[in-house]
Design a protein around this ligand. Structure first.
Ligand code: TYD
Ligand code: MG
Length: 472
């Protein structure tokens, strides 16, 4: 008989300890370690059964017939863009996001679209009663879609029910944290339960060919709560993001075994549910404050799609001993790098200034090509000189202050031209690629010359000059 011993498991990252402690050494979270039964966990994992003789199986060569994974479109183009062309048969996905961001709304819309196309689509809610889900569907105008609905939390019951009849094309489990499995005795919501339940559901997906979508909650620091372990078990992890005050939402693939991870899907939350946004650049630029110093439009690329966003900077004298650097939507260390280059190579002293940088609209930018736009916004704010309203910026800044060319110049310029921009400030090396886009190009080879240009236009150029003098 297995000896019952207790283990202590961090509910945030899944680290296991032999005794209780207040702080998890692995992820640094406090008060996340709870007692769980190790025997139950071991039973769920499989070992403990009597050893059996191994079965022989055939090993195959790498060459041979390769089939493109069969995909089923969701009926929502922006969703399919993120998954890489639709749901793969027999795959399991995890969709994470803050509470209230619209996960249930998005997934009931997708389920309804698939059901309307004549496929079996099942929505299992562990959080809301059937009446609540119905009410939402009614409000979204989806009440007539032949979705099969249930409020259930036992994965064994769910799998048994779904195994009857035609294989569902899609199964939504909303959410994985509310599910529990008989093979584990821990309480629902604990790491062991979440992992055990996910395992059962993923096995069902692989066996039956249904696509199973698990909904997961996200902690305040942006990680999918508890089931970090689940991220490794599923085929794709999608994250649904958005800023509280804004109405648009971004679906992003964090992991994708069958497709790209750099595509984003853009939606807008309306009274009638989530609406796809076909032209996100226009949306992200719709609230622009023309003529204000400290803003620059960045011509970026998200996946295969060009996307224009406004980068806003505020540089103000600090009142504290250590100046503040705050960033929303961009990388903190890239900001530090751009500031260092401005100090070291362009004579812009910022050690006495607080610096705030924001990407408008709640988008997160990961491309290094945003360096030039960020630098232009920072210098524009410091010099109190508005940048030309019809200009876009892109280019990577190296530590030596050189502006380096980036990929897909032509696509960036085309998008800018389409949205009515008349000029682009681009890296010197990448000029040839986009010369016929009907947009005036000004090439910069190093950051210092751009800084000089902006400062020269500035009404606050005296401030700039004073700085330069102080800086030597
Ligand atoms: P929901 O899908 O329940 O979020 P999640 O499942 O991620 O917790 O979305 C809830 C929010 O969406 C709620 O604040 C109201 C808003 N909403 C709309 O604005 N329009 C709609 O048509 C619907 C259904 C919800
Ligand atoms: Mg929900």
């Amino acid at each position: 008989m297995a000896k019952r011993s207790l283990t202590f498991v961090c509910q945030n990252c899944g680290a296991v300890y032999g005794r209780w402690q207040g702080k998890c050494d692995a992820c640094g979270e406090w008060n996340t370690i709870t007692e769980e039964s190790a025997a139950a966990d071991a039973r769920a994992a499989g070992p403990g059964r009597p050893a059996r003789k191994g079965r022989l199986f055939a090993l195959e060569p790498l060459t041979g017939q390769a089939q493109e994974a069969p995909r089923h479109p969701s009926g929502i183009a922006e969703f399919d863009r993120v998954t890489g062309g639709g749901f793969v048969r027999g795959s399991a996905l995890l969709v994470g996001g803050d509470p209230g961001i619209g996960k249930s709304t998005l997934l009931i819309q997708a389920t309804a679209a698939i059901a309307r196309a004549g496929h079996r689509a099942v929505y299992i809610s562990g959080e809301e009663a059937v009446a609540q889900v119905r009410l939402r569907a009614d409000r979204l105008g989806l009440a007539d879609a032949p979705v099969e609905l249930a409020a259930e939390t036992s994965v064994e019951d769910i799998v048994a029910t779904l195994s009857q009849g035609k294989t569902p094309r899609i199964v939504i489990i909303d959410s994985i944290q509310t599910m529990w499995t008989d093979v584990v005795d821990s309480a629902p919501g604990t790491v062991t339960q979440v992992r055990g339940s996910a395992q059962v559901l993923i096995r069902f997906a692989k066996r039956s060919g249904a696509t199973v979508i698990l909904v997961g909650h996200v902690t305040k620091d942006g990680q999918i709560a508890g089931p970090r372990v689940v991220e490794h078990m599923v085929d794709a992890v999608l994250s649904f993001e958005g800023e509280g005050g804004h109405l648009f939402r971004i679906l992003r693939a964090v992991k994708n075994r069958f497709g790209p991870t750099d595509e984003i899907g853009v939606f807008e939350m309306t009274g009638g549910g989530l609406r796809e946004v076909a032209n996100p650049s226009a949306l992200f630029l719709s609230e622009r404050d023309l003529g204000a110093p400290g803003t620059a439009v960045f011509a970026g690329i998200e996946g295969t799609r060009p996307l224009l966003v406004e980068i806003q900077a505020l540089v103000a004298p600090t009142t504290l001993g250590t100046p503040r650097r705050a960033v929303v939507g961009w990388d903190q260390s890239r900001l530090a790098m751009v500031l260092a280059v401005l100090e070291a190579h362009c004579g812009v002293r910022l050690s006495g200034h607080d610096v705030y940088l924001n990407v408008a609209g709640g988008l997160r930018i990961q491309e290094p090509a945003a360096d030039l736009a960020a630098a232009a916004a920072l210098v524009s704010s410091l010099a109190n000189a508005a940048l030309p309203a019809d200009a876009v910026y892109f280019g990577e800044i190296s530590l030596s202050g050189v502006v380096r060319p980036v990929a897909q110049t032509a696509a960036r310029l085309k998008e800018a031209q389409k949205l009515g921009f008349g000029r682009a400030v681009v890296p010197d090396g990448g000029r040839g690629e986009g010369s016929d886009q009907g947009i005036a190009l000004s090439a910069v080879d190093n950051l210092a010359s751009l800084v000089a240009d902006i400062a020269a236009q500035g009404v606050g150029r005296t401030a700039m000059r004073k700085q330069e003098r102080q800086g030597g």
